[in-house]
Design a protein around this ligand. Structure first.
Ligand code: ADP
Length: 269
């Protein structure tokens, strides 16, 4: 599968209502075949991460955004199966603490970007500052509307300094969100995932859609592209996410570092 079909070309005006959430476009196979392909990709990802860690020259940042119940947690567990926890870091961005609020909004994100040899995954991210913050009017429009430019400049700086950035938006339908919320309500093992506040957020679906569309239209750049992943089917979401991340790492041409001179043919006695 060529994951570029899911990539938002810079300057595109995104209308999410026209983008499928349930399709399996680009993959000629069923769920079983899709899962098998994902397993291959995920093990390739684990190998690429070993090279990244061993070489300690490259850095990868994966940003994940989605509506509630969009599958961020599931995507992260699928992607990172088999990956060495050393050298991989997942940061979940929650409501900012007092200390975070006392700084500019990019401060907490910048502190969590990957070091050389690391993969960092952002579960939510600095994009919340043009999403929840916009929808709930936590700051005036004058303030959030200039953040797209800040974010593009911030990510350009990271990219110029050697961080590869890939951004995944999990595109869920409101119908599928309803099904997932209902499961969370009906299954005691999933109660912890449901908060009454989720319903207030759901009632603002159209406001969030507008905020997601502006985010995708204004911040998909050559140095930090967005991919919109159909997310109603879990198996397909995991497959596309793995394709995107693996193809991004493959482009880096990673390899294990050269051995120390004299290692060839060396016998330990
Ligand atoms: P998740 O839904 O990601 O699994 P939580 O249920 O803890 O995790 O939700 C985190 C909450 O933090 C979300 O409601 C999100 O909108 C909120 N949040 C994240 N970043 C910000 C921010 N910058 N300002 C306000 N709220 C934020």
């Amino acid at each position: 599968m060529n994951p570029n079909r899911f990539r938002i070309e810079p300057g595109t005006d995104v209308d999410l209502r026209k983008v499928p959430t349930r399709s399996t476009e680009g993959f000629d196979g069923d769920k079983v075949a899709g899962r098998a392909r994902t397993a291959e990709l995920v093990s390739r990802l684990a190998e690429l991460q070993r090279m990244l860690f061993a070489g300690s020259t490259e850095r990868l940042l994966v940003v994940l955004q989605a509506p509630d119940a969009g599958g961020k947690d599931g995507t992260i567990s699928s992607l990172l199966t088999g990956v060495n926890p050393q050298g991989t870091r997942v940061t979940s961005f929650k409501q900012p603490s007092d200390e975070e609020l006392a700084h500019d909004y990019l401060w907490r994100a910048h502190r969590q970007v990957p070091a050389k040899g690391e993969i960092a995954v952002f579960n939510r991210s600095h994009y919340e500052d043009v999403l929840v913050v916009r929808v709930h009017e936590l700051v005036p429009e004058k303030v959030w509307s200039r953040r797209y430019d800040h974010i593009n400049a911030f990510e350009k700086m990271l990219a110029d300094e050697g961080t590869t950035i890939v951004k995944l938006f999990l595109h869920l339908s409101p119908e599928e969100q309803a099904v997932r919320f209902q499961e969370r309500i009906d299954d005691p093992a999933k109660h912890w995932k449901f908060r009454m506040g989720d319903l207030d957020e759901r009632a603002r679906w159209d406001d969030y859609r507008a905020a997601f569309e502006d985010m995708l239209s204004r911040t998909s750049t050559p140095w930090a592209p967005w991919y919109v992943i159909p997310a109603d089917r879990t198996w397909f979401r995991n497959l596309v996410a793995a394709e995107v991340v693996v193809s991004t790492l493959e482009r880096l041409g990673l390899r294990y570092p050269d051995p120390e001179p004299g290692i060839e043919g060396l016998k330990i006695v």
